[in-house]
Every structure is written in structure tokens, then in C-alpha cells.
Design a protein around this ligand. Sequence first.
Ligand SMILES: Cc1cc2nc3c(=O)[nH]c(=O)nc-3n(C[C@H](O)[C@H](O)[C@H](O)COP(=O)(O)OP(=O)(O)OC[C@H]3O[C@@H](n4cnc5c(N)ncnc54)[C@H](O)[C@@H]3O)c2cc1C
Length: 467
Amino acid sequence: MSQFDVTIIGSGPGGYVSAIRCAQLGFKTAIIEKYSTLGGTCLNVGCIPSKALLASSHYYEELQHFADHGIEVSGEVKVNLEKMIARKQAVVDQTSGGVKFLMDKNNITVFNGVGSFESATSVKVTKADGSSEIIESKNIIIATGSKPSNLPFIQLDKDRIITSTEALKLKEVPKHLVIIGGGVIGIELGQVYLRLGAQVSVVEFMDRIIPGMDASLSKELTKVLKKQGMKFYTSHKVQSVERAGDVVTVKAENAKGEIITLEGDYSLVSVGRRPYTDGLNAEKAGVKVTDRGQIEVNDHLQTSASNVYAIGDVVRGAMLAHKAEEEGVMVAEILAGQKPHIDYNLIPGVVYTWPEVAAVGKTEEQLKADGVAYKAGSFPFKALGRARAGGDTDGFVKILADAKTDEVLGVHMIGARCADLIAEAVTAMEFRASAEDISRMSHAHPTFAEAIKEAALAATDNRALHV
Ligand SMILES: Cc1cc2nc3c(=O)[nH]c(=O)nc-3n(C[C@H](O)[C@H](O)[C@H](O)COP(=O)(O)OP(=O)(O)OC[C@H]3O[C@@H](n4cnc5c(N)ncnc54)[C@H](O)[C@@H]3O)c2cc1C
């Protein structure tokens, strides 16, 4: 029987990063993964493949604007979807192979099979061939992640009524893709197929897309995507999704109680994700699962069994890869007797459309609801030399600062390269910077980052320089 200090169930960004940190701290570490490839949702059917397709489709779309730059492309430009999907898969395989390399390098033992608790200190691994073995471990970390959610009345056939997993490997560009749910995943994949030539309609229950983010970002993203041809049906409640042959019919009720009908050849159901604990037998370890299916944890990510911890999508909080990673590191360090800390308010959120959308801290809606007196400063990308030089002028940066102390409370941005620019805001907020602090820092010219300095100037004293 194998014995370990720490055993991690699930090899997503939470699990594998935690395993590396545990090994660095001197623990004899094992990781169990039910699939044959490591990396979890993020590497296999999430962050990485979606970004690969976003990159490929972005290149295709950019080609249409080459003429503006004086570049004439002769001959037909065509999409080869099969090749695009194969490239995506190659990126995924390489990245997953990289995780395997990191496991070996750190002397982490990898078990392939489904992990299920026998007790709080032993886990049975059932392999694909049906054989099993028992692992004994002083501590166990649950990192089993999440799966796509569905609405109870929708029959997913995974062929034409699909989830994000199937949308990452379609064999043809849909003629009309009807997306149910205007959250991050639906909008990102919608833009991929919009760029490749599909008609894309988004049906959203709330009154705006990306509803968790600052309303100004939803508004600007909607405007840009509408200009690109995406259609939106917000405040629409989906009633039914039916397939007949190659036609998928979606019926939804609008705010006036009228039923609209959309006919497409594919429907992507992207209504969120649910924590995944199937087959885990958490109860055998005395680990409590909430009504929402999440593993219940305290502030130290410890479950109701004191030597069992849980991290990532399977516990409360944002379902994001970098949140899972932070938690993985935190638990490893707690086990080593250290005192790590995560500020959940400073976990950034990003939408990898183009323009990119990124945010950290409080939204204006949250500050208003909390009764916090704040000031706001915005700066549009179109006023930046660098944005005009590159032809990427959509969007803005908005900084929200405390009305009295000037401390930055939230940063919201939409525009080129915002996924990377948000790191400056996270850094500033981690050090509890004021808007004036940011405005006094030198930002290289010409860069997109100058929009952050200008927004900080606008928030400090309404003294942006270039508007
Ligand atoms: C299309 C899409 C795009 C996304 N894009 C982004 C993005 O750009 N940025 C971002 O931050 N997040 C993104 N996400 C979310 C991100 O993928 C998740 O937040 C992240 O993967 C969560 O990590 P995790 O380690 O908690 O779980 P997961 O990555 O879900 O990994 C859990 C692993 O545990 C394994 N497992 C489960 N049960 C068992 C068991 N009993 N025994 C053994 N193994 C088991 C699973 O097979 C899986 O490999 C995206 C998600 C999707 C679907």
C-alpha cells in the first residue's frame, strides 16, 4: 500500500499547482486524475483551448483589416476549421505534457484513475481497466473542479445541443449558433464562431451580458459585439430547446411575456458550471457537501474532516483557474505550518474577447449597494496614440477610488491587452495604492498602459492630460 504525506484528488490548476507547492515544501506527494491527461478543465477543455481558438479566429478577423494598413492580400482567404481545431489540440497536448513533466521533476507520484474516499486517510483509485489500489495519506486535498451546468428541461445531445466542451471541437462552422447564457464562456466562444462566419445570437436571462462585471463593461462589450454582428436577447428566459434533424429551435420569453423563436443549427448551453464530486464518496471521510454541491470549507479551506482540504471550483468563490492555483498554494503552505492569505477581492476577472475585458475589486454597483462614497475616473483608449497606431481604439479604463482616502477600490477596463494590463491594477491594490499613487508613476509612452495612468489622473482630480 502506498503512503503519502499529501494526496491531491484532481489535476486541474488547483490540484497540480498545489502538488508542486507541496513537493517544494518537502511533502511526499501524490496526485490522482481520472482522465489520461493532466491539467483538468482549464488545460483540456477550458482556458487553454478556448484561448487557442480565440487567437486563431482573431488572426482571421484581423486579416480583413490588413487593407487598412496598406497590406494587400491576394487570393481567397479561407478558414480550415479542422486544422484550426487540430492546432488547438496540439497546444493542449503540449501544455498537458508540460504538467506531466512538472510532476516528474518534482517527484510527485501520479495515479490515473477515479479517486474515492475509503476514510479520511485513505483513497481508493479505480483505474480504467477496473483494477484498483488504496493510497494512505496523512492529508488529502480535494481539487475535483466542476462540470458544465444545464437547465432541467434541456436535453444536451452533445452533437447540436452542446456545452463548451463540444464547442471547442466542432467539425463545421455553424450557420447560426444560438447561445444560451451571456456569461464569459458563452461570449468568448460566441466571438470565435462569429469571426469564423457564423450568425451568433445570445439569449440571456439577466438584463445584460457578463452580468457579474461592472455595468459599464457590459454596455461597452455589447456595443462592440453588436457592431461585429452578434445579436443579443437580454431579459429573455429560455423556455425550450428542441432539435429536429439539423435544426435546433430555441424558444424564450421576453420581459413583455412574448415568446420569441430562434432557429439555429447549433445551440451552445453556457449557463454556468457546477461543482463536481461524483464518485468521490466524500461522506466516507466525514466531508460535508453543501446544498449547492460544493465541498464545505472554512477560511483555511479545511473541510469538516480536519486533515482534508478542498480548493478551486469545487468550493465557494469565483470559478477561475488562478483562484484555484492560489488556493492550492495556500493549503500546501498551511500544511507546512505557514500563515498564507488570499484576498479574494483582488482576484481579477477577465473576458478574452477582443477587445478584452478585465476587472478587479469592487464594481460601481457594489459600492453603491454598500453605501461607499467613491469617485470615478475614466479614460478612453481612442485618446491614446498607441491605440490609434495599432487601430485598437475601442474601450476605456475606469478607476474607482474612495472619495475621502483616494484608495483604489476597483479597476474596470475594456480594450486591447486588458487581460495583461489588469495586473498593474492588482499590484496597485495589493499595496493599497491611491489613485494619485498610480497617477504619479511613469508609464512608458506610447503604451496601452497609459490609459491606467490617465484614468487615475481623472479619478484623482479630474485632470487627465489627453482628453
Ligand atoms: C471554456 C472554458 C474557458 C475557461 N476559461 C478560463 C479562463 O480563461 N481563465 C480562468 O481563470 N478560468 C477559465 N475557465 C475556468 C477554469 O477552467 C476553472 O476555474 C479551473 O479549471 C478550475 O480548476 P480546478 O483545479 O478547481 O478544477 P478542474 O480544472 O475542473 O480540474 C479538476 C480535475 O479533477 C479531476 N477529477 C474529478 N473528480 C475526480 C476523482 N474523483 N478522481 C480523480 N480525478 C478527478 C477531473 O477529471 C479534472 O481533471 C474556463 C472554463 C471553461 C469551461
